[in-house]
Design a protein around this ligand. Sequence first.
Ligand code: DOR
Ligand code: ZN
Ligand code: ZN
Length: 447
Amino acid sequence: MPVDTVLYNTKVYTHGRLIEAGLAVDEGRIFKIAKETNLPPASAKLDLKGNVTLPGLIDSHVHLRNQQLAYKEDFFTGTAAAAAGGITLTIDMPNNKPVTMDSKSLRERMKLAEKRVVVNVAFYSAFPKDLEEVSSIVEEGAVAFKLYMSQEIGGLDVDDDDMLLHAFKDVGKMGAPIAVHAEDREMLENMRRKMEKAGRKDVEAYVKAHPPQAEIKATKRIIQLTKKSSAHLHFCHVSSAVALNAILKAKNTGYPFTCEVTPHHLLMSSEHLKRYGTLALADPPLGNKDDVKALWIALKHGSIDTLASDHAPHTMEEKEVESVWDAEPGIPGLETMLPLLLAQVNDGHLTMADLVKLTSEKPAQIFDLRGRGSLNAGNCADIVVVDMNQEYKIDSSRFYSKAKYSPFDSWKVKGKPVKTFVNGQLVMDEGEIVAKPGTGQIVRWES
Ligand code: DOR
Ligand code: ZN
Ligand code: ZN
């Protein structure tokens, strides 16, 4: 019996290096990676024209919205954006309407997604009101929990250390990681009040209302608390040098701490925020040049675990407002992350091995996504083919995301995702979405 597909004439990233080989794909999995002459007969053969084949990206920080926020993004547009950006699995954040925070809301979200997604999707849950629900949320299939320290999202009082510790111990027992947005709620509220009182409504006032101290305070507090539990804590979108140092120190103590950086915090600084205004506004806001430098040093030392987009789409109306306090923070990132990172590889700032580790291998490990994150026989055939030589400008008017803007608009990049396969099926070809809604799978926590 022939296998379903053979991909040939490509360089494949496998076992830590690029090799001249082809891939045989069968029933959604990688059957064999070998020299073309050693591959089995196939029903279909696809010439990859010498391009590079990488594991599809796993973006562990994505706001797919849908439901009452479908006017910003829905499961189809969000996952089409992912496919266009070479991302084969997104992990969906819980700050939805309704909030994903118990087995019922999670089940409802999975059911809606199932018929609409074109890439694979896994889900976060916020903490439930009743901690008894933690185990049923994991059994329902959430791969991780999300804690917002900057505002109350979900059922927990973020200021109550005892409750947080109780929750962390419960999640620790289940083995699922906890991702945290570390900014101190009280500090943010006080600073914002101060700025508003002074009549400020500019983006610089917003940055002042999100001082690095808010990230540092929350980071240090949650590190101490986590150490009393057996939970694995994953820091989202690290933005300040001092908070980063606290995390790196905590990682060295041997506790299971990991951390994520976004392309926008890595490639832009507060200077860009001044230039691009609310289009570059995110929580936490872009750091200063020293913060950016510190992130790069840590990245090059191998101390950053993952890169994730924090794709946070809003409408243009929610961005183009008179006062910054009315603006929604967030940057769409699914369609820019891989192009921006490939450009960094082409410029020699990042190795291909680091790119794959940060965007595929490590996210698969941290969120325990078995059979994913690397190209090996037996693994799921989640694949992106990239043309390392294409030079072009980022054009947000062509996004599949409903958020058709980007602070990276018109940035010159070199390196382009040209084909995306999800579970062995071609979903994006030369920028076109060629798969039906429902081609992606819901990926559940496996105990
Ligand atoms: O910039 C952000 N946008 N930060 C968050 O924490 C939330 C997110 C969103 O959902 O828009
Ligand atoms: Zn966040
Ligand atoms: Zn986010």
